[in-house]
Design a protein around this ligand. Structure first.
Ligand code: PBG
Length: 305
């Protein structure tokens, strides 16, 4: 009766990795029970999710070939486009969010177009983001989630989506994304580690708190529908700041490294996995998140009924 915070199934989104190869179901070594699937095997995961009522997914693609600009991302038959069409058709009540970025699709692993000296070119990247977002929406995505923290990405995508007739597709912005060590397992999963340098020129310094609100305000003013903080656990203060400063829905991403730590300690019998994951996700809600993207979504769902 007096409990202030509740964790609900409806709060959670489950990430799903899909590769363009066929006949693949490979467990990500550092993420137990999380797999790379191909389109001909992914129903196994989708069925598991449907069974426990987890019908919100965030899709990540691993393309057949990578190139300098990540052109698979806006191809009509790109891996994400095919995955969206597949889920739309066979799982019509699923809510499909697509990650909009380039790092899994470029041969250099950076989140956009590079200059000769290796610097990320902001504005040419915006044009490609527009093509990618429109292509995802055309394939049937319910929501797009740009994760590259490219300046101006929300306005550019909003303009392009509206112009193409996708006015009602919301944008969930990875507005506050820290250059974090917690993405390690994800980068192994999708083979997206930068081939040189790092992403600190376009992602945030973990030392900074006030700057996070500046970033959020930019995306808010450009028309973002949901603002996200990533990672989550080490950034609960930022989630709370954001909750207190905007009235938009706030999301957070309980990222791969956060999942791996719990799994690794649980495998050694050092912690109680079920209690710990519940407590951690609850802390994100208490900090102010409305929506949590988490690899625990599938497994925790039955406990939330
Ligand atoms: C970029 C993207 C990343 C994650 C989500 N979107 C990787 C990165 O920024 O390197 C990380 C998610 C995780 O670690 O679970 N496409």
């Amino acid at each position: 009766m007096v409990r202030e915070t509740h964790l609900r199934k409806e709060d959670l989104i489950m990430p799903v990795f899909i590769t363009a190869k066929s006949g693949v179901k490979s467990e990500i070594p550092s993420m137990p029970d999380i797999y790379n699937y191909s389109l001909d095997t992914v129903d196994e995961e989708l069925d598991r999710l449907a069974e426990v009522g987890m019908k919100r997914v965030l899709l990540f693609g691993i393309p057949a070939h990578k190139d300098a600009v990540g052109s698979d991302t806006w191809h009509d038959h790109g891996i994400i486009q095919e995955a969206v069409k597949h889920i739309r058709k066979n799982y019509p009540d699923f809510y499909i969010v697509t990650d909009v970025c380039f790092c899994e699709y470029t041969d250099h692993g950076h989140c956009g177009v590079l200059a000769k000296d290796g610097e990320l070119l902001n504005d040419p990247t915006l044009e490609n983001l527009q093509k990618q977002a429109v292509s995802h929406a055309a394939a049937g995505a319910d929501m797009v989630a740009p994760s590259g923290m490219i300046d101006g990405m929300i306005m550019a995508m909003r303009d392009a989506l509206d112009e193409a007739g996708h006015e009602s597709i919301p944008i969930m912005s990875y507005a506050i994304k820290y250059a974090s060590s917690f993405y390690g397992p994800f980068r192994d999963a999708v083979d997206s580690a930068p081939q040189f340098g790092d992403r600190s020129a376009y992602q945030m310094d973990p030392s900074n708190r006030r700057e996070a609100m500046v970033e959020a305000e930019l995306d808010y003013n450009e028309g973002a529908d949901i603002l996200m903080v990533k990672p989550a656990l080490s950034y609960l203060d930022i989630i709370r700041d954001l909750r207190n400063s905007v009235d938009l829905p706030v999301a957070c991403y309980n990222v791969s490294g956060e999942y791996s730590m719990v799994k690794a300690a649980a495998a050694r019998g050092w912690i109680d996995e079920k209690r710990m994951r519940h407590e951690q996700l609850l802390s994100m809600k208490r900090a102010g998140a409305d929506i949590i993207i988490t690899y625990f979504a599938r497994d925790i769902a039955p406990e939330l009924d």
